[in-house]
Design a protein. Sequence first.
Length: 152
Amino acid sequence: MDIEERLSALGLILPPSPQPGGIYKPVVIMDKWLFVSGQVPVRNDGTFITGKLGEDLDLDQGYQAARQVGLTMLATLKNEIKDLKKIKRLIKTLGMVNSAPHFIAQPKVINGFSELMRDLMGEDLGLGARSAVGMMLPNNVAVEIECIFEIH
């Protein structure tokens, strides 16, 4: 089953692909590597999930925001490369969590993204190297994630 078939089987819908929030390319392809700029959680109505973890949002809300970033990223990839079957595997994830100073569960938040990728691509191809950090994010978005994928 490919990514789009798994999305359908799970009843998941890709949100609209967001427009760049600055001067950059959302996706850069170099040889067999696909570099994805930071993606944020876009709901199906086009609005962003915002808030600071440990202050405005709890762990479960952060997890769901990170999962939504996964769907946003796939929407961006589909917009850029047209066919998600071109994606071979996830190589590296950098997860950034908009965190209150006392919030220390950033890895658990980013699990929302990682578990979605695993569910869509399988254990071997959907999990890669990963970092999860806390910081202040633009426009108060809850989570931002960038990735590197290998493509066919």
